[in-house]
Design a protein around this ligand. Sequence first.
Ligand code: HEC
Length: 131
Amino acid sequence: MVFDMTAFGKLTRAGIAAIGLGALAVPAIGALAMPTEEAGDQAPADAPLTADQMAESKALFSQFSCGACHALSEAGGTGHIGPEFDGNEGLDKGYIVNMVNNGQGAMPSFGGMIDEGQIEQLATYIMQVKK
Ligand code: HEC
């Protein structure tokens, strides 16, 4: 029986090289995949609100007087003590959640007064209805 060690050796080296490439490729793919996964995690929270959720958020917006200080036409907000939400390019959901929870300057803090999930929903609502 003839066993060609040279060919076997070449195959093995090629095999090891392939494994090496594979190992390199895994972290590279992992790094690329990370932002996608994070965006994917946030996607469900930003899914369009149901009619009930819209109504609930609109009621909260009135109940906590957001509209007395902020303009948001869909919710009947006409105040000008704080920045307008209609036409406001600087807003994103996380920023709104943070402002509502912690306040800033003349902006009151609503943390502990509004349920955390409702604040998230209110922020999604503002992002969806602002003009
Ligand atoms: C008494 C008036 C008042 C009320 C009521 C009020 N805010 Fe504000 N809000 C402000 C002021 C003033 C600022 C600006 C604060 C600053 O920049 O220091 C602000 C800032 C904000 C911002 C950041 C806007 C930006 O463009 O930077 C958000 C978001 C916000 N408020 C959301 C809300 C929500 C939601 C409610 C209701 C739950 C609410 N506010 C109720 C006065 C108010």
